[in-house]
Design a protein around this ligand. Structure first.
Ligand code: MRU
Length: 346
């Protein structure tokens, strides 16, 4: 199977696959300044929680190198690192990546870069492990073979440092010969499903169709799906999960159709300091992303768009949450501490 690297460090800059241009154009964007990196994060040149974790780590090194070049004092350097940390609020991995390398700033760029590289390496290993665990859980909790899977947004190599989370499970299941069909929600308004997930599934030769987000409930109720698998931007301690807008609709459809709804993420996405979904900040993006399509207006002049980028699925609608550490089946009062390595729990 193909291996795509959405994020990599090259000499003094971060090189990103420009995901705004896919699938039409495969091109890279080089970020050599904090301004360029923040712009890339905000415009979703790079996106997906685990990829943002790696970008957070590398971003600190980038800021240090620019600070050295431009003569920043430590106050300015800290402010620039904060700009990277806060560029998008919902995916906890971005702040987590910055916070993990920040204590090493006083040890120099090489120390920061080494830790950032560890974040990237650990992410790939975590994704491969959670994919095995997730595939095992799904095969133990479904009966029809091969499986018909529904997924939402993009959770593959592009959204991580490599391999993917929910899409990593799909790849693992495909490798075991267990995939009949993937229903990929197109994921309005920025089409991460049709532009990116379909691109990745095509590269891997995995049978799939792209459906509009509004089709998901019907596809579920018609009995066309055996399991839904999504990723996560932040998993609260009680299991409530923030993910791409539309995810909670899929969860409700699964609940009505009695189809397992599985959340897959590396442990870096589990935020044990957030008690429940109520405290997760949801990024509100420009309404024009909804009222325009390819820079053409698709609403009457003056119509305003409402554009929350994420929603929260309450834990009660989630059948299983999988990280590289294991699987938790959320139920009333169950906490997800065991999804995080023991040494990292508060
Ligand atoms: O706005 P995006 O494209 O960054 O949203 C991405 C998602 O919601 C993904 O499902 C999530 O980050 C998990 S990626 C493995």
């Amino acid at each position: 199977m193909s291996e795509i690297r959405a994020v990599r460090w090259d000499a003094h800059s971060i090189v990103l696959i420009d995901q705004t241009k896919l699938p039409a154009v495969e091109t890279a964007m080089e970020c050599a300044t904090v301004d360029q990196l923040v712009d890339a994060i905000v415009r979703l040149v790079v996106r997906g929680a685990p990829a943002l974790g790696a970008v957070g780590g590398y971003g600190v090194a980038l800021a240090m190198i620019q600070g050295e070049r431009d003569g920043w004092d430590s106050t300015r350097l800290n402010a620039e690192i904060d700009r990277i940390r806060n560029a998008r609020p919902t995916a906890v991995n971005l702040a987590w990546g910055v916070d993990r390398v920040r204590p090493l700033v006083s040890d120099g760029v090489d120390a920061v870069l080494a830790e950032a590289q560890r974040i990237a390496d650990e992410d790939e290993a975590a994704n491969r492990e959670l994919s095995r665990k997730g595939a095992d859980w799904i095969l133990a909790n479904t009966t029809r073979r091969p499986l018909r899977v529904l997924t939402h947004c993009n959770t593959g190599s592009l959204a991580t440092t490599a391999w993917g989370t929910a899409l990593g499970i799909v790849r693992e299941l495909h490798g075991r010969g267990e995939i009949e069909m993937v229903y990929a929600d197109e994921t309005r308004p920025l089409l991460q499903g049709s532009r990116l997930t379909s691109w990745e599934l095509t590269q891997d030769g995995i049978p799939h169709v792209v459906q509009v987000d509004g089709a998901a409930a019907s596809t579920l109720l018609r009995g066309l799906v055996d399991v839904a698998i999504i990723g996560a931007d932040r998993i609260a301690r009680n299991g409530d999960t923030a993910n791409k807008i539309g995810s909670v609709g899929v969860a409700l459809g699964c609940s009505a159709a009695e189809v397992p709804f599985v959340v897959a993420a590396p442990s870096s996405t589990v935020d044990l300091s957030t008690a429940s979904g109520e405290s997760i900040e949801i990024e509100l993006r420009d309404g024009a992303e909804v009222t325009e399509f390819h820079a053409e207006s698709v609403a009457p002049e003056g119509a305003k768009g409402f554009n929350p980028a994420f929603d929260v699925t309450p834990a009660q609608y989630i059948s299983a949450i999988v990280t590289e550490q294991g699987v938790v089946e959320p139920a009333a009062g169950v906490l997800v501490d065991s999804l995080v390595p023991e040494g990292e729990r508060p």
